[in-house]
Ligand binder design. Structure first.
Ligand SMILES: [Ca+2]
Ligand SMILES: [Ca+2]
Ligand SMILES: [Ca+2]
Length: 175
């Protein structure tokens, strides 16, 4: 009897090690390997997965003949404290003059900056009502989309523990 159990266990192990994802469009991980349908390598050749991106790598490498020599040099810098080290920027043509502006925030100073895209000098600035939060989510809609020639900037601020969305125009005037 013990031999029968051992044979059964070994048979199951043999079957599971060779199990395959044969149903590639049923939304299930049929062979319990953690990959479902076209995400499973067993399905790469299945016609259902012919346009799937996994397993369909294109030969588009361009291997350099020798390591490329290059260097980086800073071309422009904004004035000190016009942003925070962990903040992100938004870039857009806020006043439809064909030159992009750069929107930044400094939460520590409670300041909003609109910088000139040509030299990163300060074009406009505003003191925010509260502390800008989610300062990497400043949104400036492009001027052409508003029809006014002056885009709007939305930022989240915290005042007294409450969150507010504040709107500024392309010259950092609070609306
Ligand atoms: Ca499946
Ligand atoms: Ca699978
Ligand atoms: Ca502009």
């Amino acid at each position: 009897m013990r031999k029968l159990w051992l044979a059964a266990i070994l048979s199951l192990m043999y079957v599971s090690s060779f199990a395959q994802e044969t149903l590639c469009g049923n939304g299930l991980d049929d062979d319990n390997d953690g990959f479902i349908d076209c995400f499973d390598g067993d399905c790469f050749a299945n016609s259902i997965c012919k346009d799937f991106y996994i397993g369909q790598d294109k030969p588009c490498q361009d291997i350099p003949i020798k390591p490329a020599d290059f260097s980086l040099a800073q071309k422009l810098a904004s004035p000190d404290r016009t942003t925070s080290t962990w903040g992100r920027i938004d870039v857009g043509d806020l006043d439809a003059d064909g030159i992009p502006e750069v929107i930044t925030l400094n939460p520590a100073d409670k300041k909003l900056y609109i910088l000139k895209g040509t030299d990163l000098s300060i074009k406009y600035s505003a003191v925010t009502s509260g502390i800008p939060e989610y300062y990497d989510h400043v949104i400036g809609d492009v001027a052409s989309s508003t029809g006014s020639g002056c885009a709007r900037i939305f930022i989240a601020e915290v005042v007294g523990g409450k969150y507010f969305i504040t709107c500024y125009d392309c010259k950092a005037n609070k609306l």
